[in-house]
Write a protein that binds this ligand. Sequence first.
Ligand code: ZN
Length: 301
Amino acid sequence: MSEHDHLIQVTAADTSVRALAAVTTNLVHEACQRHGTSPTASAALGRALTGALLLGQTFKDLDRLTLHFQCDGPLGGITAEASSRATVRGYVRNPAADLPVNERGKLNVSGIVGGGMVYVTREAGFEIGLSKEPYRGSVPIVSGEIAEDLAYYLAVSEQINSAVSLGVFVSPDPPRVAAAGGFLIQLMPGAEAETIALIEESASRAPHITEMILQGAGALEILGTALGSVGFEVLEQREVEFRCTCSYDRAVNIVSCLDRAEVEDMLVKDQGAELTCHFCNEVYSLDVAALEKILAPPTVM
Ligand code: ZN
């Protein structure tokens, strides 16, 4: 078993099948620690982070993919953003949202998500100076369990039939993310009925994703199980991690863009400013000196 979170992408059946799997236990644990999520919110956030990573890796020339659940359940919303470097960051609106386990003894993710919309935004080109319009697709939330919603999005908005499995296992006392991961199998046009039937059979027979991970399976073994007798070729394997793009300098930039009166207020009334990053919950404190520097007139050469 690999100690690091990782992702693998493979191709099968003469490129008519594309499949990815990821083990994301550490990064989901980190995200949930940072945000102080309840067990059920941890499952929702972890599934979304893993789903964004898997989906993001399926697009070539992508800079950033954002998966956003705008939902009316107690969770209030989920945002997960994956980069081309296989890093991900994200948050939920109400990290404390929780419900008792459902009748099957599972975390009630659909209960805290509720109904609403799923938005997927893909941005490409800005790292090489092209300013292409971002692509944005949306579908209604059909289940609230995240994986089913992603499969529905792919079928309706991208016309790709997929099998998606996402899971987060939270061990009790004290609650801790003990396993997280997922797989995504996409059937391209040209996939033969026989191949599809074989994959449907093996994917549905596979043990639950977090069971496999708890038993030490890596992404390669997960795909081996999910694809069954369908042989595949590994295209890439890489480490994945939780990483935010915020920094103290960015916090200073944000304050520099505010109205002068607002910054003066921060200086006089609060003797400083505190900014919290939504994505990673990091707090940046600007002291009096930092605010005075922002308000100082630019030096004339
Ligand atoms: Zn951040």
